[in-house]
Design a binder for this molecule. Structure first.
Ligand code: NDP
Length: 241
């Protein structure tokens, strides 16, 4: 039976891989994000069952509009939107820029998941799934980003408790370093790539498809009794620092 899947941040990287995985299996997928062009690319890469909706997941009005626009039931919500905005901000040299850094990380990685889940909760099918993309950074003290992913992980537990009586599972996938095209290709030195690969136990750099397969499994009937958990997908690496 075809399901309806919502993937936030589905225009790029891991979110796109997740969207395409469910699409390839015959599900109907809605991808969200702020920029239209990446979303269109995901739609183009799919088989005709992917729809794009522009939505800033940290903006309550836009999230409400997303919920109103979705037709009927949602079977799987993937809270993938986020990212490490520390990379793009200068080292904070004032309380104002420090506040910006923490606000940006918490908006992108926590607020997007909290608002979207809250807005869609009533529409998520009994026995559906909420999957949130955390990070290895939640465990290794990586500043504002790590703290935001740790908050996401703790929030997931309460979500699992609230939605559990309806048979809805809520889990976090915590990737280690994943070679999404843009960052890996354009912004990383060969030395850093080697360092990340050798930090794994399997001498391998993680790929978006590794996370997509994990999400697909967590949304399957075989994962019905897995909830409130963090599934680490990191090649055994303890850190990406
Ligand atoms: P990308 O930057 O490619 O993906 C992040 C996506 O989130 C973008 O499509 C972006 O779209 C979207 N997004 C960000 N903020 C918002 C917002 N306010 N509302 C809606 N969408 C938003 O990076 P990745 O694919 O690497 O990251 C995906 C997830 O995986 C993130 O949560 C990241 O923290 C996590 N992760 C990634 C790792 C890696 O090594 N790649 C490792 C561990 C975790 P737009 O800007 O158009 O809104």
């Amino acid at each position: 039976m075809s399901r309806t899947i919502v993937v936030t941040g589905g225009g790029t990287g891991i979110g796109r891989a997740i969207a395409l995985r469910f699409d390839a299996a015959g599900d109907t997928v809605v991808v969200t994000g702020r920029r239209p062009e990446p979303l269109k690319e995901t739609v183009r890469a799919g088989t005709g069952r992917i729809e794009a909706v522009r939505c800033d997941g940290a903006d309550p009005t836009q999230v409400r509009e997303l919920a109103e626009r979705l037709p009927g039931r949602v079977d799987v919500l993937v809270n993938n939107a986020g990212g490490n905005t520390d990379f793009d901000l200068a080292e904070p040299d004032s309380l104002e820029s420090l506040a910006d850094q923490w606000r940006t990380n918490f908006e992108a990685n926590v607020l997007t998941a909290v608002l979207t889940t809250h807005a869609l909760a009533g529409r998520i099918a009994d026995h559906g799934s909420v999957i949130s993309v955390g990070s290895i950074a939640a465990d290794n003290g990586a500043g504002a980003y790590g703290a935001a992913k740790a908050a996401l992980t703790t929030w997931n537990l309460s979500t699992a408790a609230v939605l559990g009586p309806r048979g809805i599972t809520a889990n976090v996938i915590a990737p280690g370093y994943i070679a999404t095209t843009e960052f890996f290709r354009d912004r990383m030195t060969p030395q850093r790539r080697d360092q990340l690969r050798t930090a794994t136990l399997n001498d391998r750099i993680g790929q978006p498809a590794d996370i997509a397969e994990t999400a697909y499994f967590l949304a399957s009937d075989g994962a019905r009794h897995i909830t409130g958990q963090v599934l680490h997908v990191n090649g055994g690496a303890r850190t990406t620092r």
